[in-house]
Design a protein around this ligand. Sequence first.
Ligand code: BGC
Length: 335
Amino acid sequence: DFGKMPDGTEVQAVTLRNDRGVMVRVITYGARVQEVVTPDRNGHGADIALGFASLQGYLGRSDPYFGATVGRFANRIARGRFTLDGHTYQLPINDGPNSLHGGTMGFDRRVWTLLTVKQGPSFASVRLRYVSPDGDQGYPGALTATATYTLDDHDRLHIDYRATTTAPTIVNLSNHTYWNLSGEGSGSVTHERLMIPAAEFTPVDATLIPTGAFSPVAGTPFDFRQPKAIGRDIRDGRSQQLLFGRGYDINWVISRHAVAVPRLVARVVDPRSGRVLELASNQPGLHFYSGNFLDGSLVGPAGHTYRQGGGFALEPQVFPDTPNQPAFGSAILRP
Ligand code: BGC
């Protein structure tokens, strides 16, 4: 029991554990990762995912998508408009002039249905479903989405998203967990070392909408091909792109198209705790956001405030604004 929505709907929490001391808690509100406990190099556990102690925190308007499943369309759509099969659709505008993370009432703010909880010999899993009606937030087609979280004995957390639709629509589902490998609320992540195996990124305008270009990372603060501390180049005032996002808030091109089998898209090493996070995905893009808009006004489960750079998000997805960018491929899902 994780509390009740204002209308009385119950929110549930499911705890997945393995016998190596890893624990992941998922809540049905937003199909969110609420807590991830892993041991450090000395075996001491800490929660490395930012979040709130109770449902109340998540319900606040200033929740920055902690742990959330974002949809129908993760990231931005310019002016909240796109055209599909000759029809133009208008989505809610909730980020400057643009639509962000599915609109004002995205998948992150919905109570998902708990479908199954499984405990196998070497894994534990939970599957959730949300049915988004035709026209929900302006998107066409009724979309049935499932999110499955599986924790295995190799300390891997698998996140599997599936969706079907009754009419042509666009979809881009991602997970928005903010990580701090030294522990949530422990301070800044700028000392953590990040590697992103991408030679290009998609530059943006002042409202963080891609210009449509592909830019080489070489010689820019966006070059993470060799591991480097997140904070090493984050204050480089010569980079207009860093100024637009107040830090890293941009999409890397892992490949031009999605691939069949997930491959490594990021690796983060925390020298302090010894924890390592490896992220694999089959998606073409990886959005890296360095928690730039955290401003000390939110308090995590251990009672510490989250300030700028107090966590980072790595969001595998199609490139931002794909529906309006001919060079970016397609985000279309047909019945
Ligand atoms: C966006 C940021 C935004 C954050 C929280 C990220 O995915 O790119 O610009 O501030 O989500 O809303």
